[in-house]
Design a protein around this ligand. Structure first.
Ligand code: UDP
Length: 266
């Protein structure tokens, strides 16, 4: 499928105009960043795995009635999505203390929380994504009160569903971040899940060993990030669906970049 004009380049993905109005192509890069992009590396295979894992999760969520921007995966690194207006708020749901939360409240990583906690962060690289409250979101008109209600309820539904899904595959969903967007149709505007859900945006711990199977392997220099993401894909039954060329691409530095011609159609 022909990609249109590049309209946005983020840390791990690129967005292009899609084939029809109202659609975009989301391209998954191999770049890994942390600490507001102060730390950067290229991890061969990460983009291909995240494209597959995010596709799988978006499809499962759609099946249980969560509206998303996802239409379909196009090839190893690209998916077709609906164009939405991104709400500049990162919604984080936590089940277990980890990362910035563990630091903020001086709790050992791994402390179970008395209940799932929803937090909001303002999406701003310049400000380092500050923690915000509902008051900030509505006062600055980043989202209306009904939109915020939708985001909160959807985030908790996503947490319930994904906690069970990962548990069934031997992984604990410690926390995750989601983004939402406004989908404009001739009839109405509604809030849908956007961006991606992958081990870049979740903390997943092996149920038996508590080993990190997510981007913390990069943040904490533990190594084995690609292997961990591949294991997540295997446990979800995704790896088994991948073709030989796709599996080979996970370990071969292909020099692939978002600028390449799209020759890797699955
Ligand atoms: N997260 C993310 N993007 C961000 C910040 C956080 O995807 O810009 C995810 C992160 O992977 C984790 C959860 O949100 O699953 C909570 O992250 P935390 O606030 O603990 O921040 P971190 O420790 O990652 O800096």
């Amino acid at each position: 499928m022909a990609r249109g004009r590049r309209i946005y380049e983020g840390k791990a993905k690129v967005l292009y105009e899609g084939p029809e109005p109202g659609t975009l192509i989301q391209y998954f890069k191999d770049d890994a960043t942390a600490f507001n992009a102060q730390k950067h590396a290229v991890i061969t295979g990460k983009g291909v795995l995240n494209n597959r894992i995010s596709e799988f999760i978006m499809m499962r969520l759609q099946e249980v009635g969560i509206p998303t921007h996802f239409i379909r995966r196009l090839n190893m690194r690209e998916q077709l999505i609906r164009e939405v207006e991104i709400v500049p708020v990162e919604v984080v749901v936590r089940n277990v203390a980890a990362g910035s939360f563990a630091k903020r409240f001086n709790q050992p990583e791994g402390t179970p929380l008395p209940r799932s906690i929803v937090e909001y962060y303002y999406k701003s690289d310049e400000l380092g994504d500050p923690l915000i409250t509902e008051e900030h979101i509505t006062a600055f008109n980043w989202a209306s009160p009904p939109e915020l209600d939708d985001m909160f309820n959807l985030a908790l539904r996503i947490n319930d569903y994904l906690s069970g899904l990962f548990m069934g595959a031997g992984m604990k969903l410690v926390d995750f971040k989601v983004e939402f967007g406004r989908l404009y149709t001739p009839e109405d505007v509604r809030i849908v899940l956007a961006d991606e859900i992958s081990p870049d945006s979740c903390r997943l711990w092996d149920i038996k060993t508590n080993d990190s199977m997510d981007k913390d392997r990069f943040r904490k220099d533990l190594g084995g990030l690609r292997e961990a993401y591949q294991e997540v894909a295997r446990r979800l039954g995704i790896l088994q669906e991948m073709g030989p060329a796709e599996v080979t691409s996970l370990t071969e530095a292909s020099g692939d970049s978002a600028n390449d011609d799209d020759s890797k159609t699955a």
